[in-house]
Design a protein around this ligand. Structure first.
Ligand SMILES: [Zn+2]
Length: 400
């Protein structure tokens, strides 16, 4: 529930954004209910409601029965007013989706797409596939209100540029928002893949939790931080990069970042696949490890459980430092299920402070491989539907 905006006695439609925020919970309301909730005069309410109706942000719905038995018109948030293009680009594969304004997926596609092919190759595929998906769901490019993209490396939040990504040759400082914006004709927001997964999981299924860590365990390892209900990116957007924290007794293991003993080089899906391959198994990527675990391969089960313990060692410190009430585990390797979670839980519950673990939940991601595209869409929706942004859009289109 949004707090009510001070009454604006002028004829301005500014304040329409605050009205839309109220209706975004999905519940249709009558004029009388909206007047009561906002504290606005009827004339002010009508002006702002009309502005939202003109933009189709809000639509009249079937009337409720009023006390006199006559149906009163109700108004509801129109989640299909605009659409969002969402992309979750991983190290080896990509998932794209077209969603409505409530993150409902209208069309989606996933494909093998190595990020090291470089930005032009990857983003050209992105543009072509988005056009196919738009055609599939029968929507026009003019309906797109924004594009959200997650990348598997550090992203400078203000500019949306990847910065020194260790496994993304050619991507350093590449102007992703400008390149895509010119070709798709809508504003582009970029963040790292773990941040958007945290945002998606939080927004779609965990919004009652204020302090949450989302750990992605795929080829690499990283975490997204929700603090007081907001994504915490840190000063440059590098917060949560636990994959390159050193774990004890692995000084001989070299990481792709150039350091030794990094968590990712010890317990990431890429590391596990390489270690199992050296032991004679047919594994080249993290999903191969998951297949072995599901088939009951003892060597793979033990490797995944041990990886869970190594990740748990780093997370135990994170728990002491940050005191989350929930840790959500996602990414490819999370599909290995309880073996990974058991290893993580074992170490965190024995090493973290009792007060910090008293009510701590450690669970698998509910959104699974859709967490990324959901979060990429949320990132766009939260910006486009922010009250100030809606006010501006309304003013611009009414010529005010
Ligand atoms: Zn490293």
């Amino acid at each position: 529930m949004t707090e009510s905006t001070p009454i604006d006695t002028g004829s301005s439609a500014t304040g329409a954004g605050a009205l839309l925020s109220i209706l975004r919970d999905g519940r249709p309301r009558t004029r009388a209910e909206l007047a009561q909730l906002t504290g606005w005069a009827r004339s002010t309410l009508s002006l702002r409601l009309d502005a939202l109706l003109n933009q189709r942000w809000v639509v009249p719905t079937d009337g409720a029965i009023s006390s006199g038995g006559r149906p009163a018109t109700t108004f509801a948030f129109n989640q299909s007013a605009r659409i969002v293009l969402a992309a979750d680009l991983g190290v080896t594969h990509a998932r794209l989706a077209v969603t409505d304004l409530a993150t409902m997926v209208l069309a989606e596609r996933s494909a093998e797409l190595p990020i090291d092919r470089g930005p032009v190759h990857v983003l050209t595929w992105l543009v072509g596939t988005f056009h196919e998906l738009l055609a599939e769901c029968g929507r026009d490019a003019g309906d797109v209100c924004g594009i959200g993209v997650g990348l598997p490396g550090p992203v400078e939040h203000d500019t949306g540029k990847p910065v020194n990504p260790p496994i993304m040759p050619g991507w350093d400082r590449f102007a992703v928002p400008e390149w895509l914006g010119e070709r798709l004709g809508a504003p582009v927001l970029v963040d790292n893949d773990v941040n958007i997964m945290a945002l998606g999981e939080y927004w779609a299924v965990r919004s009652q939790v204020e302090h949450m860590i989302f750990v992605k365990i795929g080829t690499g390892v990283g975490c997204g931080i929700i603090s007081e209900g907001r994504l915490h990116r840190g000063a440059q957007g590098a917060a949560g990069d636990i994959g390159h924290i050193r774990v004890p007794s692995f000084e001989d293991v070299t990481c792709r970042c150039g350091n030794t003993g990094c968590l990712e080089a010890v317990a990431g899906g890429g590391a596990l696949a390489a270690r199992l391959r050296a032991a004679g198994e047919d594994t080249s990527v993290s999903r191969d490890v998951v297949h072995l675990v599901r088939a009951g391969n003892i060597r793979a089960v033990q490797a995944v459980r041990q990886a869970g313990r190594e990740i748990g060692t780093v997370l135990a410190s994170v728990v002491n430092f940050f005191n989350p009430s929930l840790i959500v585990v996602g990414g490819d390797l999370a599909e290995a299920g309880e073996h990974l979670l058991a290893g993580i839980r074992e170490v965190i519950y024995s090493r973290s402070l009792p007060l910090a673990t008293q009510h701590l939940g450690i669970l698998a991601s509910e959104l699974g491989d859709r967490a990324g595209v959901t979060g990429a869409a949320v990132m766009v929706i939260e910006q486009v539907l922010a009250p100030e942004a809606v006010d501006q859009a309304v003013m611009a289109l009414s010529g005010g």
